[in-house]
Write a protein that binds this ligand. Structure first.
Ligand code: ACM
Ligand code: ZN
Length: 775
């Protein structure tokens, strides 16, 4: 009876009880106690502040409120003794309170009468505000005023919060593909919401120099543009004004921008502008393929140090950060071994290994940076010389090993291991559902489950050396802002939680609840192109399936989500069937499937063609010779049709498909390669009747005279989205394989294996080998 009465009361006055679903803060605060009731944010609510930084925070909130609702909220200064002032109205107070311990810690108390945000610093107060914003309805994130004057009820709660790590970073690479200033600012704005506080800005690369340095104008003229294999000129750079604009915008959001000036490798764009920087004074242009470049700067030359110091002189004026990232990764030493100047330098210094020259560069440059008040950060290779100065910070990117080795030598470390999901250029689900990526696998749960303190350091004094964690967003295959957002969100929210929240407070399911129910609406309000997983078929990465009798389709998602589907060709809607068990299929159909969020939002629809087939008959041939008849067409070919324009060809027989990529000499930098196409024709001898799945990175595969795999239109044919299943009878089937040699989307197809692979009935993958190819 009592319960019933309570229920009725609760229904009549819903504002009394704070529901668990009302609190959706990401990252999860350390200590949060739900209260009773709601604070009504109305047209008469006022903001009150004490101190300049508190005023900044109040203004930030007022600005957001105005953007989202058109409402101007009154902002007042708190009186010395504010009791009387506050008793006269509805107030949200922002106060600097030096008794709160921790640079970024804060306290946020919401009661039906008042909201109090306090912290000992502006940063802490900014984070109190971010938590408050996430207690407001998602409409607070609207980018254009709502036509409503509704009261917002903010749930009563007491939060005492502080970050686990002082370094909570994300990295951007505008070098491979450029990011306009507006796109950078958009991410700063969004990520500040999640209490991210560092942006590592990777500004110089083999493929492009992206920052104006007034002393070296040729850097922009020659280093900031490249003529890609496709023939287009790709260019872009930030002026010094752009940089100042970005840095100031970040600072308003308590994000420190850390510039990276790569050295001594990854600097071909600078060498293109100033050839004297390399050992051999190479006359060269920025690199148009991805991967590691052998031409690096020459530490045997004083000119290299003069250049770096002059560049640093201008960069430190632009970036007030206490840190300066000097790169240091992937710098081959082949040129140094052959260079008289490098060898003379080694002799003069008593070095026996080229790796020591790498140390020499790092040491000289960091000594110079120290005179500017900067501490260096470098990629884990800076440990390789063996003599790294103590205050250098090591960014561990291969794995956790670099961090463990560095911490054992008492270096501070930042965790960004590609092995543990911190490379957001890696796939976040089945590649069939995603744009081409550099590879790897980093689904949301992998990111979320990462603990930035390596197990080897946990519980030891060295764990204090872990400054924090960062996600890297390399852009070889991230062509612009929309793709960046797809890769960054929602994984950056998981990053925020592993960086801020103590591990015992982390729960993946609850994180997903906050993400899919509330954060997704906020991301929508910012027009963020975040990734919503698509249904996957375990073990099968294909949208063209076949069966001969009947089949069952199992669907999953990379994280717990509801799946909807249709099999009648219509687009799934909120009324479509929910997936609960494997789907029985006995007739050819199109399976259209997507996930549906708790908000009703439906993700991108995946269409899978499922065909009932009879095994296509084998060709009747009397005799067959081993291998495929192959024609090689030398000349520029971008697509299969171009082959027709090449009148002469060379004939040969190949026994292995891998031979298709061997008809030219390919240097490591793929410069000056004589391109060609090769077309191999004959038969594939299928061992037994059955359904086979095929995959290949070659341009085209024809089986039984029909084009079955077509990679000729994909951006970078480095992996295939074109797998398909076919029902084939035992025996010979016509086969045609088209290989096109060239660079596509920065990827040389010579780096593919040129194979055709197959597997029967979802079994083991096998290469189509010598024993299967005939003509
Ligand atoms: C890196 O990914 N080369 C640091
Ligand atoms: Zn040299």
């Amino acid at each position: 009876m009592k319960n019933k009465l309570f229920l009725i009361l609760a229904l009549l006055m819903p504002s009394l009880v704070v529901r668990a679903g009302d609190i959706n803060i990401i990252p999860m605060p350390q200590d949060i106690v739900a209260g009773e009731g709601y604070f009504p944010l109305t047209a008469t609510t006022q903001l009150a502040w004490n101190g300049a930084e508190a005023k900044q925070t109040a203004l930030f909130f007022a600005e957001k409120l105005k953007t989202a609702t058109g409402r101007e909220i009154k902002i007042v200064k708190l009186k010395k003794n504010p009791q009387k002032q506050l008793s006269k109205g509805s107030f949200i107070t922002f106060t600097i309170d030096k008794t709160i311990e921790g640079d970024e810690a804060y306290r946020l108390i919401v009661t039906p009468e008042r909201i109090q945000a306090s912290a000992s610093t502006g940063s802490g107060l900014f984070y109190a505000l971010q938590s408050l914003l996430q207690l407001c309805p998602p409409d607070i994130e609207n980018q254009a005023p709502l036509k409503t004057s509704a009261t917002w009820n903010i749930p009563a709660v007491t939060i005492n919060d502080a970050p686990r790590f002082p370094y909570r970073g994300f990295h951007l690479d505008p070098c491979r593909h450029f990011l306009p200033v507006a796109a950078v600012k958009k991410q700063l704005d969004m990520l500040a919401t999640y209490k991210i506080n560092k942006m590592h800005f990777h500004l110089t690369e083999d493929q492009g120099w992206r920052i104006e340095i007034k002393k070296y104008p040729e850097l922009l003229k020659y280093g900031a543009r490249r003529t890609e294999a496709e023939g287009n000129i790709y260019e872009g750079y930030y002026t010094q004004d752009d940089i100042r604009d970005i840095v100031a915008y970040a600072a308003e959001r308590h994000i420190e921008v850390i510039p990276e000036l790569e050295m001594p490798g990854h600097e071909l764009a600078a060498i293109s502008a100033y050839p004297e920087l390399s050992c051999r004074g190479d006359s060269i242009t920025p690199r148009i393929i991805w991967g590691v470049e052998d031409i690096v700067m020459c530490p045997g030359k004083e000119a290299m140090f003069t250049f770096l110091q002059n560049v640093i002189d201008e960069m430190v004026q632009l970036f007030p950060s206490q840190y300066f990232h000097i790169g240091g990764d992937e710098s081959p030493r082949k040129e140094w071994a052959k260079c008289p100047r490098c060898q003379a330098r080694m002799k003069e210094l008593g070095y026996t290994r080229e790796a020591q020259l790498q140390d020499y560069v790092i040491e000289r440059v960091s000594a110079y940076l120290a005179t500017k008040g900067k501490r260096i950060i470098g990629w884990n290779e800076i440990l390789e010389g063996g003599n790294l100065q103590r205050d250098a910070i090591v960014m561990s990117w291969w794995s956790e090993e670099g961090a463990i080795a560095a911490a054992r030598k008492n270096h501070q470390v930042i965790m960004t291991p590609s092995s543990h999901g911190l490379y957001f250029d890696h796939y976040q689900g089945d590649p069939i559902n995603e744009p081409t990526s550099i590879g790897g696998y980093a689904p949301l749960e992998k990111v979320y489950s990462y603990n930035p303190i390596p197990e080897e350091l946990r519980g030891t004094p060295s764990e204090k050396l872990v400054l924090g964690v960062q996600a890297n967003n390399w852009s070889e295959y991230t062509l612009g802002p929309a793709q960046l957002e797809n890769r960054l969100y929602p994984r950056a929210l998981a990053l925020a939680e592993i960086a801020w929240t103590q591990p015992e407070k982390k729960h993946f399911r609850d994180f997903c609840r906050r993400l899919d129910g509330d954060a997704s609406l906020r991301l929508n309000a910012h027009h963020i192109n975040y990734n919503i997983p698509q249904p996957e078929i375990p073990g099968v990465s294909s949208n063209r399936l076949a069966f001969t009798d009947r089949t069952k389709i199992t669907l999953t998602t990379t994280r717990p989500m509801s799946i909807i589907y249709t099999t009648d060709g219509t687009t799934p809607t909120t009324h479509s069937k929910r997936y609960t068990a494997p789907i029985d299929i006995s007739r050819s159909c199109q399976l259209k499937t997507a996930v549906i969020l708790p908000t009703g939002q439906i993700g991108n629809v995946r269409t899978i063609s499922i065909q009932k087939q009879t095994c296509s008959p084998a060709a009747k041939i009397k005799t067959a010779q081993p291998g495929l008849k192959t024609k090689i067409y030398y000349g520029k070919v971008r697509k299969p049709d171009d082959i027709k324009r090449i009148s002469s060809s060379k004939d040969t027989i190949i026994n292995h498909l891998e031979q298709l990529r061997t008809f030219t000499h390919v240097s490591p930098d793929v410069r000056g390669v004589e391109d060609y196409a090769a077309v191999a024709e004959g038969y594939i001898n299928i061992p037994a009747d059955g359904v086979y799945e095929f995959t290949s990175t070659n341009s085209q595969i024809y089986i039984d005279g029909a084009l079955q795999i077509d990679n000729s239109r994909v951006f970078a044919p480095r992996d295939t989205r074109q797998n398909l299943e076919l029902a084939l009878s035992a025996g010979y089937h016509k086969l045609k394989v088209v290989f096109i040699g060239g660079i596509f989307g920065g990827w040389p197809t010579y780096w593919n294996d040129a194979k055709l692979r197959f597997r029967p009935s979802r079994g083991e993958w096998t290469d189509v080998g010598e024993n299967m190819l005939y003509h």
